[in-house]
Design a protein around this ligand. Structure first.
Ligand code: DMJ
Length: 443
């Protein structure tokens, strides 16, 4: 009898479902998320972000706007971290107020906080998230008050004063998903219409060859810097043109994307010996101005997947991964012709892993899991600290800096988790991610 029981036990163990490598990786990402969140809890609770080396905290402005908890909340829900989500929620409802007399970045506050509150509302259903989002949205509206409809970069949350008249396409054109979703839930069209007007204002000022530059005066509509690229200061304008169409099915957004897509391919896409990259060019002539690429540019394969151009997406992602492997973790800037670093930091950015996630969703090719695994493991190896995760000031020396951006929890670990997790965890076909990885439901 005893022998029989032992046999049954042994068979039971042998038949117990083994966790696949992907499931194990997803679990590891979740544990690393918890490690980073616990660092925030221990040393930065109630403030905007954790300073992981000095074990302290910092605020963006003179009062905390709870950047990390709001940005991280929907990742917790996706990971099934219900206890952590409940404590973040309690903190948000007891502490978060936007009634402050200081200027904020309209773009950053929109993508991180407005986006975070709206996805929290859609996923959790608590009306208080929507109330906060609406209050914030109304306080940001004065930023749209310019002669062209394009937004000022900074707005005072209490007085509605604005400044930062010379703004850039990313900050003007990365508001539609959040303000459009706010209209959907409040039925007040002012949000959708304002964000659309800002985006159309930019689109109407594209060059004859279909590109936009780096900075523009929102009162005069004159371009101040005419360098075109897909990097920081322009990047998510293109992302939002396509995604706004997918989310709202408004043909005007498709028109914007379709006007820019061929120009980006013709003048910015660059096939050289080291791979396929995006360079920089003059927006009027298309003449190459620089061959620099970097961590921020790495978002493009993800957008190309949504646009249906898998072939280009795959080629650029090969280059993205090459950039990552050059020093074991990607630099902020790289000259892709001589492969020399132009900017050595790594602030825990998500874009490379994000693109691997989209490509895996589209192709099912295991090589994207392998890429994600390498990227995730190097994050753990080089950026993990005793009390969280730290940015690198130099990817060649791996020297750390005292900073853990909220997008590490909102985006980097979310995309890593979703790349490895079971498909049932999240349905990409029914959502559009804002540029801070906050999912908005398509319906
Ligand atoms: C995030 O705030 C967003 O992804 C934005 O579009 C670009 N910068 C960071 C991540 O790199």
């Amino acid at each position: 009898m005893k022998r029989f029981l032992l046999l049954v036990l042994a068979l039971g163990i042998a038949c117990a479902p083994q966790k696949s490598e992907k499931e194990q990786l997803a679990e590891q990402v979740k544990q690393e998320f918890l490690h980073a969140w616990n660092g925030y809890k221990q040393h930065a609770w109630g403030d905007d972000t954790l300073k992981p080396l000095s074990k302290s905290s910092k605020n963006w402005y003179n009062t905390s706007l709870l950047m990390t908890p709001v940005d991280a909340f929907d990742t917790m829900l996706l990971m099934g971290l219900d206890e952590e989500a409940a404590e973040a929620k309690e903190l948000i409802f007891s502490e978060l107020s936007f009634d402050h007399d200081f200027f904020v970045s309209n773009f950053e506050i929109t993508i991180r906080l407005l986006g975070g509150l709206l996805s929290a509302y859609e996923m959790d259903g608590d009306e208080r998230f929507l109330e906060l989002a609406e209050d914030l949205g109304r306080r940001l509206l004065p930023a749209f008050d310019s002669a062209t409809g394009m937004t000022y970069g900074r707005v005072n949350l209490k007085t509605g004063e604005t400044n930062w008249q010379v703004n850039n396409p990313a900050e003007i054109g990365t508001l539609m998903i959040e303000f459009g979703t706010l209209t959907k839930h409040t039925q007040d069209s002012v949000f959708y219409n304002s964000a659309k007007k800002a985006m159309m204002g930019l689109y109407e000022r594209r060059s004859e060859i279909g590109l936009v530059g780096t900075t523009i005066d929102v009162e005069t509509g004159e371009w101040q810097n005419k360098e075109a690229h897909i990097s920081g200061m322009i990047d998510s304008y293109y992302e939002y043109a396509l995604k706004s169409w997918l989310l709202f099915r408004d043909e005007d957004f498709r028109k914007i994307w379709k006007a820019h897509e061929p120009a980006i391919e013709k003048y910015l896409l660059d096939e050289v010996a080291s791979g396929t990259w995006y360079g920089r060019a003059n927006m009027d002539t298309g003449e190459r101005t620089a061959t620099t690429y970097g961590a921020l540019d790495a978002f493009m394969p993800g957008v190309l997947v949504l646009a249906g151009d898998i072939e280009t997406a795959e080629k650029v992602q090969e280059s993205n991964f090459k950039m990552w492997q050059l020093h074991g973790i990607e630099p902020e800037g790289l000259n892709y012709v001589d492969m020399e670093i132009t900017s050595a930091g790594y602030p825990l950015r998500p874009e490379n892993i994000e693109s691997a996630y989209y490509l895996y969703q589209a192709t099912g090719d295991e090589k994207y899991i392998e890429m994600g695994k390498v990227m995730f493991q190097s994050l753990v190896e080089y950026c993990k600290t005793e009390h969280g995760y730290a940015a690198l000031s130099d990817v060649t020396t791996k020297e750390k800096s005292d900073d853990m951006e909220s997008f590490f929890l909102a985006e980097t670990l979310k995309y890593a988790y979703l790349l490895f997790a079971d498909d049932k965890v999240f349905d990409l076909d029914k959502h559009v991610f804002n540029t801070e990885a906050h999912p908005m439901r398509i319906d």
